[in-house]
Each structure stands twice: as structure tokens, then as C-alpha cells.
Design a protein. Sequence first.
Length: 183
Amino acid sequence: MRLVRPGPARLGRVRLIAVDGPSGSGKSTYAAELARELGAALVSTDDFATWDDPVSWWPRLVEGVLDPLAAGRPGRYVRTEWTGGRPHPGATVTVEVPEILVLEGVSAGRRSIAPRLSGLVWCAVPDPAERLARAVARDGERAREALLAWQAFERGWFAVDGTEQRADHIVVNGTDSSDNGHA
């Protein structure tokens, strides 16, 4: 993995890097390694999203984490936790003001946050069947039907949002394949 070099801070004094892409594309693994390498804080959209609410939770992230960090204050949110395949409110998470925040997950690099991003990484595994197999291996066989519906949602979301086209880095099958010089 080549080290992503974030651009200037655009979220107050915080440099925000989004790691986005479809389910099963290696975002979580890549983002965790990136955060470790950069000494960055890491927040996952999985802490917000559910099968029934794939992206409309965004205001909770903005109001609870991004706006406070931009103002130089810690952010807080209630993590979505899963028991028996069902989401429920979990622990309260505090995000201290970091130099760099890595935001990872489907829709992390959405168009509405683009002006505040210091970098956008797109993770991809081109074969949808391979992504599904990876996601099922991660989430369990009982999640297969929900993951198929999620993949259908993602196709529409990414087609409209144009996330991949705005990415500074493209990571395909875990290999950094492009650098547009911004991240």
C-alpha cells in the first residue's frame, strides 16, 4: 500500500479522508491500515447504517461528528451494533479532534462531503460475485439476501453520486492502482 498523502485540512483543522466503494471491496481493511499508517482516527459508516437505512443516517454523522470536529470540539455518536443479525443502539463513541480522520464505508465519499475532503479513496473488486462471496464470508450466510439487496442499492447510489469518478486514489483488489495527486 502506498501511503495516501492527504491534502490540506478542509474540516476545520482536520484532514478528512474518505474510503468508499461497494460492499466486499476491502474498504475496512484498507482504511484500518491507512489510519494506522497515518496515526489517524477512524470512523466507519457501519456504525450508522442498517439494511433498512443504507444512507439517510448521514445527518447523525454530520451533526454528531463532522460539525463538532470542524469547530475544534470532540464528536460523539451512538454506534449501531448488531445482535443476531438485527441492529440496535450500542455504545456512545467519542471522537477526539484528530489531525486526520479516516471515514470508511459505503457513501463515505458522497458528493455532499466533497468540499470538506482532503482525499477520497475508491476501493473496488470488479466482480460482483466475488464481492458478494467476500461479504457473505464476513457477515455470514444468513446475510446473503440482504447483501444482494444492498448490492443493488449500491449500484444505483454510486451511479448517481459519481463517487468513483471523483476519487483521488483507486484501489483495485487491494492494490493501489492510481494516484491523481490529491490524496
